[in-house]
Design a protein around this ligand. Structure first.
Ligand code: PRX
Length: 648
């Protein structure tokens, strides 16, 4: 990094003049009347029944926003744009991995969503029923989500890279009545089975039972690979395809649960985060509009997330579509078939807003700037970043190489639980600092405090808390109110604050820097995985007696998984490399390839405190090759010498 690089990057006068924000006007309005401000944002949507109170916090931490209001989320994302005369506008430029593509207008999207809704209603699904969606990034995945929203069905999207076991536990927890999937998915030009995982998930005997909640599996034909067929299976094209494109949406209460999304916590069991309709859509739509300075009808927006994660929900489906955006949806990986793929797509469609994770920026840096330099990227005017802290070097490279040296970078801090962006600059207003998410978005209130809740002075690291409820906040953990209170609200119970699990600090100028998780949650390429989940997968391998997992820093993926395992008595470790490869494959299969450890170190013992707690901090020191920190509370510090020897 050059030392003469500017410390702050204000928007250009030209950008500011055309921006959706005018200076600090939004902040000022929100500060003057926070709830009035949110009511104004809610009115960007179309409501069937107007709401009364903006917020009911009397049953905290269970919030109600836009009380008594009724709306249909899918109507807001699709029909109203058609009614406004924009039916011919492209909603989705879909790009398939093998090179096929489809352009879908809002009018066509309305027909597709209506057909799917008609079929789901015909098979007897009722508002509040859960539907699992386990699909790659094909248009039908978005259609399926919107059809659920249209009928008041609560969708639970399970990332297509997750294993059958992970899918099953999510199906069971939510008691999903239907699973929507594809026959296969393309991975680097080759079809890989997907429905087979659904079969395995549904038929597996857990406590002696198959997944009894599942009545139907709807299969989209994507790869035409061979699949097994069961009585419960139907083809999407035979059923949804044959249904009527006319469907009248019904309005649902603002608090109606729109979706569940499972995310990792500090235990092995994923949490079903519950999101609402009115509050969620209000903040998704508002933040998409202002944070990306989005202009419907002219911008071409591209968020490269997968719908299996919250970013895909909020910034591919609900945010952009509620704003009538034209967006690119891409099925594949950035290097398929070559490392030019993203830049070819940007060039072809004239992408103007590009929203990715820092890990991808660092990957592009590794591949070399000659790759993006070979393309005309001049259409890009706003860049987004999400999922993990973006290091200043990557920030500058992103702006210079992808953003033509001028595009503002909007670093958005948020979580599955927050539903939408919470801390981020406004591109037409904020003078950004590379690496800082800058300040809470207008209407959001956050603070950085110590263990007792005292605000940290500038420069000091503390814990990030959200000290006021917000519209898109989670409404709970599915079926587990106690865990909801305990996980997020017990730490600052007296104050009634939400504890985010991240460390942060304000710098001397008051810019907010998110420093990463302070709990046992790892962040691998912006994907959230708990140490406990990986540990439990590892001890599920027949050779492993005990395992301890830490997130070690990694130049590309932010963090990478390092595992320390103790073998069971009598395990044949004559070929340790083969054994380690087997364990890695086991984790990959049990959870997902994302959870595959970068390294597994076989050790004779694990460092534990006198109370029996594994000292992860010390393991992290070892995994990152540092001198050991304080080992004084260890039962037997010589344990470390053994671990280090194993690693050497
Ligand atoms: O640690 C923070 C990190 O990702 C966590 C949330 O993960 P997840 O629920 O999977 O949602 C990811 C997409 C919103 C946070 O607790 N994180 C997310 N965005 C940022 C970030 N850390 C620093 N800067 C960000 N912009």
């Amino acid at each position: 990094m050059s030392t003469d690089a500017p410390a702050v990057y204000p928007p250009s006068a030209e950008f500011a003049a055309q921006a959706n924000t005018r200076g600090r006007e939004l902040y000022n309005r929100a500060d003057a009347d926070r709830l009035g401000f949110w009511a104004e944002q809610a009115r960007r949507l179309s409501w069937d029944t107007d709401f009364g109170d903006v917020l009911d916090w009397s049953d905290a931490p269970f919030a109600k926003w836009f009380v008594g209001g009724k709306l249909n989320v899918a109507y807001n994302c699709v029909d109203r744009h058609v009614e406004a005369g924009n039916g011919d506008r492209i909603a989705i430029h879909w790009v398939g991995e093998p090179g096929d593509s489809r352009d879908i207008t809002y009018a066509q999207l309305k027909d597709e969503v209506s057909r799917a809704a008609n079929y789901l209603a015909e098979i007897g699904l009722k508002p509040g029923d859960r539907v699992a969606i386990y699909m790659p990034m094909v248009p039908e995945a978005l259609v399926a989500m919107l059809a659920c929203a249209r009928l008041g069905l609560t969708h639970s999207v399970v990332f297509g890279g997750f294993s059958a076991a992970a899918l099953r536990s999510r199906i069971d927890d939510a008691q999903a009545r239907v699973v929507i999937t594809t026959d296969g998915q393309f991975r680097r030009g080759k079809p890989v089975p997907l429905k087979a995982n659904v079969d395995e998930a549904v038929d597996a005997l857990v406590d002696g039972k198959a997944a009894e909640s599942v009545e139907k599996v709807i299969v989209v034909r994507r790869c035409s690979n061979d699949i097994d067929w069961h009585d419960r299976d139907v083809w999407w094209h035979d059923t949804v395809g044959a249904a009527s494109p006319e469907h009248t949406p019904e309005a649902f209460d603002s608090e109606h649960p729109l979706f569940l999304l499972y995310t990792s916590g500090t235990t092995g069991k994923p949490k079903g985060i519950v999101h609402s309709s009115g509050g969620y859509l209000t903040q998704a739509s508002y933040t998409h509009h202002y944070l990306f300075d989005h202009k419907a009808g002219t911008d071409v927006y591209w968020c490269t997330a997968d719908i299996g994660w919250v970013t895909g929900h909020t910034y591919i489906v609900y945010g952009p579509l509620s704003n009538g955006a034209t967006q690119v949806v891409y099925e594949g990986t950035p290097n398929s078939p070559t490392e030019h793929r993203h830049f070819e797509v940007i060039e072809k469609y004239g992408v103007s807003i590009y929203y990715i994770a820092p890990t991808l920026v660092r990957t592009f840096m590794k591949w070399g700037r000659e790759i993006p330099d070979a393309h005309d990227l001049s259409s890009i005017r706003v860049l987004g970043s999400v999922g993990e802290p973006i290091n200043p070097e990557a920030w500058r490279w992103y702006r210079d190489v992808i953003g033509g040296g001028t595009a503002p970078i909007v670093d958005t801090w948020w979580q599955t639980e927050t539903g939408a962006a919470m801390v981020a600059p406004l591109p037409g207003t904020t003078a950004c600092k590379p690496g800082s998410a800058m300040e809470p978005v207008p209407g959001i209130s956050a603070n950085i405090v110590d263990d007792d809740g005292n605000p940290e002075p500038r420069g000091e690291q503390g814990l990030l808390v959200l000290d006021q409820p917000w519209p898109a906040m989670l409404r709970g953990i599915w079926g587990d109110d106690e865990r909801f209170r305990e996980t997020y609200w017990s730490r600052y119970e007296k104050q009634g604050w939400y504890f985010a699990g991240d460390g942060a600090r304000y710098d001397d100028d008051g810019a907010l820097w998110v420093l990463g998780r302070v709990d046992d949650v790892m962040n691998i390429s912006g994907h959230r995985i708990s140490t406990a989940e990986v540990e439990s997968a590892l001890v599920g391998h027949s050779g492993v007696a005990e395992a301890a997992v830490v997130g070690a820093s990694d130049a590309t993926t932010g963090q990478a998984i390092a595992a320390f395992v103790i073998l069971r008595e009598g395990v044949d470790a004559s070929d340790p490399e083969a054994l380690i490869a087997e364990m890695k494959a086991h984790v990959s299969k049990d959870i997902s390839p994302i959870a595959r450890p970068r390294e597994i170190i076989i050790v004779p013992e694990l460092p534990k405190t006198r109370s029996g707690k594994i000292m992860r901090r010390l393991l992290r020191d070892v995994a990152e090759g540092r001198e050991l920190g304080d080992t004084s509370t260890l039962v037997d510090p010589s344990v470390f010498e053994n671990i280090r020897k194993q690693r050497a």
